[in-house]
Design a protein around this ligand. Structure first.
Ligand code: ADP
Ligand code: ZN
Length: 194
């Protein structure tokens, strides 16, 4: 089967935890499926919160996905028919920002629609570099918001908690967890880790 002459592109879905990134990715991929466009979804193996062969939003919607550690594994799963490649939780991949950007660019140049979802900031409110890089390169950027659990304003930051207190700045950047470990907070309610 040959691929129709759609143009390749990079779409980025970003925001803090619970902002609905995975829900939005699943929504777009359901449309792709209905349109019968061949697709592949990838999810970092490090994201062990749910079954490793699927992506699951916090409200439980899910789709099948291939677990990978590195973005360089993606071409192994593709054939010429694949039109859409989705990557959830991009910030969990082991690669550096340049490698991730290079692979996404290469796929988009080969007319693949590349959709990535991930955190734009870590728990210290610093950019995840791979996401920051892709945000600059993407054709389309969607920034989503959660609701601040303290005041109800739009939340843009993910507060990591240990026993209910902000995690220290020296804690590792990657720590997989859910509602017990992270809260969505706005700029005013976010407490900078010390
Ligand atoms: P993400 O991939 O951005 O972490 P998901 O798509 O997995 O987000 O889940 C989004 C869902 O999380 C929302 O639809 C809502 O049901 C739930 N949720 C939990 N806490 C919050 C919050 N503080 N603000 C908004 N949604 C929340
Ligand atoms: Zn707030």
């Amino acid at each position: 089967m040959t691929r129709p002459s759609t143009s390749g592109r990079i779409e980025v879905i970003c925001g803090c935890m619970y902002s609905g990134k995975t829900e939005e990715l699943i929504r777009r991929m359901r449309q792709v499926d209905i349109a019968r466009q061949p697709f592949r979804i990838f999810t970092p193996r490090r994201d062990t919160r749910y079954g490793i062969h699927q992506i699951t939003s916090h409200i439980g919607t899910r789709l099948e996905a291939y677990p990978i550690d590195s973005i360089v594994e993606i071409p192994d799963y593709l054939d010429d028919a694949v039109q859409v490649v989705a990557i959830d939780e991009l910030h969990f991949l082991i690669d550096d920002a340049d490698q991730i950007a290079a692979m996404c660019q290469q796929l988009a140049d080969r007319k693949v629609r590349v959709i990535v979802a991930g955190l734009d900031q870590d728990f210290r409110a610093q950019p995840f570099l791979a996401m920051a890089h892709l945000l600059a390169l993407a054709e389309q950027v969607t920034k989503l918001y959660a609701i601040c659990v303290r005041c109800g304003a739009y939340a843009t930051r993910s507060q990591r908690l240990i026993n209910g207190q902000p995690a220290p700045a020296a804690a590792p950047v990657i720590a997989v967890g859910g509602l017990d470990m992270y809260e969505a907070r706005c700029r005013a309610c976010y407490e900078h880790p010390q």
